[in-house]
Design a protein around this ligand. Structure first.
Ligand SMILES: [Zn+2]
Length: 68
């Protein structure tokens, strides 16, 4: 164990501090979802929660939709 947080997408790899997912999981997201999750602003936290909720529901990374 390295002490870095685990990626919530695969729960096997670590993610960099400040990153939502590890690199392979981030790359597996749809370009639209990646773009939305990269946006800052008042909706950023709600988007992160939507990502986590989809992961808990078992939605495949490529099928996760993030609303604007
Ligand atoms: Zn991952």
């Amino acid at each position: 164990m390295t002490g870095l947080p685990l990626c919530p997408g695969c729960r096997t790899r670590t993610r960099r501090p400040g990153a939502y997912l590890c690199s392979p999981c981030w790359g597996a997201l749809s370009p639209a979802a990646r773009g939305r999750l990269s946006e800052r602003g008042p909706r950023a936290l709600a988007r992160l929660r939507a990502l986590h909720a989809a992961l808990v529901d078992g939605v495949a990374l490529g099928q996760i939709r993030i609303r604007p």
